[in-house]
Write a protein that binds this ligand. Structure first.
Ligand SMILES: [Zn+2]
Length: 56
């Protein structure tokens, strides 16, 4: 096993408008959950909204 020591965790990108979890990504959580806000396309609302990271 040649796995690097990394604190990566799979997280959801949750729409801040309708709370839909539209995307899944991985972030480095070595120093806590990053406070990311990303403009992503929300399928339910069919427009771009702010998505925030939501850990499982
Ligand atoms: Zn939405």
């Amino acid at each position: 096993m040649a796995k690097k020591k990394s604190k990566r965790e799979n997280v959801w990108l949750e729409c801040s408008q309708c709370k839909d979890r539209n995307y899944r990504t991985s972030v480095n959580v070595a120093e806590g959950t990053p406070k990311l806000k990303l403009k992503k396309f929300c399928r339910r609302e069919r427009k771009h909204t702010v998505h925030k990271i939501r850990r499982k």
